[in-house]
Write a protein that binds this ligand. Structure first.
Ligand SMILES: Nc1ncnc2c1ncn2[C@@H]1O[C@H](COP(=O)(O)OP(=O)(O)OP(=O)(O)O)[C@@H](O)[C@H]1O
Ligand SMILES: [Mg+2]
Length: 283
C-alpha cells in the first residue's frame, strides 16, 4: 500500500444543520478542512458563513450532525475547551481594556507568566504593525487598527486553528492584501490552519482552497490560487483523477505529491465525483 496521509482533518463537519425557525442558516453541510490548510468560505450575505464559524468555535450548537476538531468529537464541548481562536466580524474587543491587555488576554487566561506575556504581546503588536499603540483603548483606534488588534489577540497564544470572519472587512484593498499576506506567512511558518470567511473574491484568491456557500449549503469548491489548481482540472477530465481516487499506486507515484496534498485532492475529487453521478465509460 502506498502511504496516504490519513491523519485527522483539523475540522470535520458531518451533515451539520443549524436552523433558526424558517431560516436554514446551515443546511446539511459536509466539510473536511485539513490540518495546515489556508481555507476560505466565500458567499453572499446571509449564506451561513458566520454560523459555520460559530459552530466550529462552539458558540452555536448544531441541530443535527457531528463536528470533529483534530479527530475529536467536540459537538458537546464548550468554546473554551476547543483549540480554536476567532477573529470576530465585529472585532469583539474588550472596550475597557487597553490594546496590549486585549492582545494578552488569552495568555493571561492560560496563566502565562507576566514577563513572557509582555514579550509575546509586544511581538504580536509588532507583527500587526501596532507597536507603540499598546497603551491605547480600542475606542482610540481606527477600524483597520482595531481589526489588527483582533488578529493579534487571536494569534497570541499560537493556536493550531484560527477562524477569521471578514478579517479584511474594514481595511482598504492594500491593507487587506497585506493582512492576508501576514496570515499566509503564519500559515506557512507555523502551520496554523486558517479558515477565512469573506464575500470578496480577491481575498479568497489569496488562499489555497475555497468553498462557496449559498443558502446554508456548499455549492462549489475550488483550489483557486493553488499550484494544484491546474493539475486538478486536468485530472478531473482524465482517467488519472479516477485512478487517484481508487488508490492506484502507479498513478499516485506519477503525480508525486505529498501525502497531505494527495489527501486534499482526493477529497475534492471524491466530492466532485459524488455530485457528478456515475462515471462515464472509458475514463
Ligand atoms: N441567532 C440567530 N437567530 C436568527 N437567525 C439567525 C441567527 N444567526 C443567523 N441567523 C440567520 O441565518 C442566516 C445566516 O446568517 P450568517 O450570519 O451565518 O450569514 P453570513 O453568511 O455570515 O452573512 P454576512 O456576510 O452578512 O455576515 C441569515 O439569514 C441570518 O439572518
Ligand atoms: Mg457573517
Amino acid at each position: 500500500m502506498t502511504a496516504i496521509d490519513t491523519t485527522s482533518p483539523a475540522i470535520r463537519f458531518r451533515a451539520i444543520s443549524r436552523h433558526f425557525g424558517e431560516v436554514h442558516a446551515v443546511d446539511g453541510v459536509d466539510l473536511d478542512i485539513l490540518d495546515g490548510e489556508f481555507f476560505t468560505m466565500l458567499g453572499p450575505s446571509g449564506s451561513g458563513k458566520t454560523t459555520c464559524l460559530r459552530l466550529i468555535a462552539g458558540f452555536e450548537v448544531p441541530d443535527s450532525g457531528t463536528i470533529e476538531l483534530f479527530g475529536r468529537d467536540v459537538s458537546s464541548l464548550p468554546p473554551y475547551d476547543r483549540d480554536v481562536n476567532t477573529v470576530f466580524q465585529d472585532y469583539a474587543l474588550f472596550p475597557h481594556m487597553r490594546v496590549a491587555e486585549n492582545v494578552a488576554y488569552g495568555l493571561m487566561i492560560r496563566k502565562v507568566s507576566p514577563p513572557e506575556r509582555q514579550r509575546r504581546t509586544e511581538e504580536m503588536l509588532e507583527l500587526v504593525r501596532l507597536h507603540g499603540l499598546g497603551g491605547r483603548k480600542p475606542s482610540e483606534l481606527s477600524g483597520g487598527q482595531r481589526q489588527r488588534v483582533a488578529v493579534a489577540r487571536a494569534l497570541a497564544n499560537d493556536p493550531p486553528l484560527v477562524l477569521a470572519d471578514e478579517p479584511t472587512g474594514n481595511l482598504d484593498t492594500a491593507a487587506g492584501r497585506e493582512l492576508m499576506l501576514l496570515l499566509r506567512q503564519l500559515n506557512q511558518t507555523k502551520g496554523t490552519t486558517f479558515v477565512v470567511v469573506t464575500h470578496d473574491h480577491a481575498v479568497a484568491r489569496q488562499t489555497n482552497r475555497v468553498v462557496v456557500m449559498q443558502d446554508g449549503k456548499i455549492v462549489r469548491e475550488d483550489l483557486i490560487g493553488s499550484p494544484l489548481e491546474e493539475d486538478l482540472k486536468l485530472w478531473r477530465h482524465s482517467g488519472l483523477g479516477r485512478r487517484l481516487l481508487t488508490g492506484d499506486e502507479e498513478a499516485i507515484e506519477r503525480v508525486g505529491l505529498s501525502g497531505k496534498e494527495l489527501a486534499l485532492l482526493r477529497g475534492v475529487l471524491a466530492r466532485a465525483d459524488r455530485k457528478a453521478g456515475p462515471p462515464s465509460q472509458g475514463s
